[in-house]
Design a protein around this ligand. Structure first.
Ligand code: ASP
Ligand code: MG
Length: 486
């Protein structure tokens, strides 16, 4: 059985047109003799709106909360109505949607009375998004000739009780996945379940954290030993850089898990970093595909990336950073000094991205935030402190830089006209990052792209698009690149 997990994000189920496209994609896989297991997100923006409703209730704004819920109810009902032609099915699905919203409203009213939103209640409220979308998608599939069976993800994805970011329990998931899913796939059915939602061993609803549907897809793929995990989104895959900044950007056809993780941790939003883990453990390839442009082959993430002529696969940029310089002659030959510095960042719960030190100075980079003056005030008790905002971190990722000579020289030659403030080559040896002024970022990216993607390897990059100049539909902005420049 060639089992594939197909995960569809919020934009792939956002309205009847999107759900129709999704159904056609799944039907196409079935026609190819594949056995899909479908995981869906909530309809686009629904998770945010549910969280807003919860926040309103918790502040005593019952009317505000119920108004959000009633708009969501209408959106789900309308979608169901537009998707289904069969009268009986429509009535049944509308009834189910109403029941769910009635119980959601009940919770929102209760919350407005007790005025305390616990992480546990938040997870319960937010779970309605995937519980609803998966029902609608399953019904739509059935009407379109796909023998879909709805499965409640909470019966399979077992986690601990850390609400809002629960940790999956692999062994329990594997057992449940086999028990619940195998009989369905063996009978030729297509299981459809929500992503993101789970439950603890007592059966109480938990969630895997924002963006967690990818994680569900990977967990199911791992538990079922799928041959591939497909992440269907609204971009063609991972791009060499943000095409809005650099029109020459190319789709990356294949990238390694390690490289993708590096980009993910760096802020690229194309997939949830943890997605990678269950897939890596079992060596299952992950494909990033575009449900608006399903014939595009997307980006394949595999454990072993092929070597390519270009040492780098991607250039990512993170803006809105600050740099803090701490200078103290007292630091010379003394110990415990860095610890004191980090204790201050810890006290303010401020994560540090990049650090570079010399004997008497330390430079650190952080996301710009309003705690900086307080942090600087604390640091100035130890040393001279300066901080500056509007910095950007340029991160070049590629496994082929490992052990290669002269790469740094090529990178810095490409940006020789730019003032580089800090440099780091990660211990992973597959990323080279440096800090520059935000205003120089776009120019730097274009220069680097021109230097390193002049003659792209057709095995790894989609050079066809560049040749034919075909970059209209679909080959638009990668979520990854877009997120990285945010
Ligand atoms: N619906 C959830 C979210 O928006 C999970 C997901 O879509 O991955 O975070
Ligand atoms: Mg997502």
């Amino acid at each position: 059985m060639s089992l594939v997990v197909m995960k569809f994000g919020g934009t792939s189920v956002e309205d009847p047109a999107a759900i129709n496209r999704t159904a056609a994609i799944v039907a196409g896989r079935v026609a190819l003799g594949k056995t899909p297991i479908v995981v869906v997100s909530a309809m686009a923006k629904v998770t945010d709106q549910l969280l807003r409703a919860a926040a309103c209730s918790a502040q005593g704004d019952k009317c505000g909360a119920l108004a959000i819920s009633s708009r969501l109810r209408a959106r789900h009902r309308d979608t169901a109505c537009l998707l289904l032609k069969n009268q009986e099915d429509t009535v049944e699905l509308q009834k189910l949607i109403d029941e769910k919203f009635d119980s959601l409203d009940e919770i929102l009213r209760g919350l407005a009375a007790i005025l305390e939103l616990t992480p546990r209640i938040s997870d319960l409220i937010v779970s309605y998004g995937e519980r609803l979308s998966s029902r609608i998608v399953a019904a739509a599939f059935r009407e379109r000739g796909i023998d879909a069976a709805h499965v409640d993800a909470r019966d399979i994805i077992v986690t601990d009780s850390q609400y809002q970011k629960a940790v999956p329990i692999d062994a329990a998931i594997e057992k449940r996945a086999h028990e619940k899913l195998l009989p369905l796939t063996a009978a030729g059915k297509v299981p459809v379940m929500g992503g993101f939602i789970a439950s603890n061993e007592a059966g109480i609803t938990t969630t895997l954290g924002r963006g967690g549907s990818d994680f569900t897809g990977a967990l199911i793929g791992g538990a079922m030993n799928a041959e591939a995990i497909e992440i269907w989104t609204d971009v063609d895959g991972i791009m060499t850089t943000d095409p809005r900044v650099c029109p020459d950007a190319l789709r990356v056809k294949v990238i390694s898990f390690e490289e993708a993780a590096e980009l993910a941790y760096f802020g690229a939003k194309v997939l949830h970093p943890a997605t990678i883990l269950p897939a890596v453990k079992k060596n299952i390839p992950v494909l990033v595909l575009n449900s608006r442009n399903p014939t595009c082959e997307g980006t394949r993430i595999t454990s072993l990336a092929p070597h390519c002529k270009s040492p780098f696969k991607c250039i990512a940029v993170k803006k809105k950073l600050s740099i803090i310089d701490v200078v103290a002659s007292r630091m010379l030959m003394s110990h415990g000094y860095l610890k004191e510095i980090f204790t201050i960042f810890d006290k303010h719960q401020c994560p540090v991205d990049m650090v570079s030190t010399s004997e008497v100075s330390v430079s650190l980079t952080v996301d710009s935030n309003d705690k900086l003056p307080l942090i600087a005030a604390d640091l100035s008790k130890l040393a001279d402190v300066k901080y500056e905002g509007r910095k950007a971190l340029v991160c070049m990722v590629g496994e082929d830089i490992r052990g290669q000579h002269g790469i740094a020289a090529q990178v810095f030659n490409a940006v020789r006209h730019v003032n580089v403030r800090m440099i780091s080559q990660g211990a992973s040896e597959i990323n080279m990052s440096f800090m520059i002024e935000e205003d120089d970022a776009e120019e730097a990216v274009r220069s680097l792209h021109a230097a390193f993607f002049q003659d792209p390897d057709p095995l790894v990059f989609d050079v066809e698009a560049r040749k034919t100049g075909n970059r209209e539909q679909g080959s638009g902005v990668s979520e990854a690149a877009a997120a990285a420049t945010r």
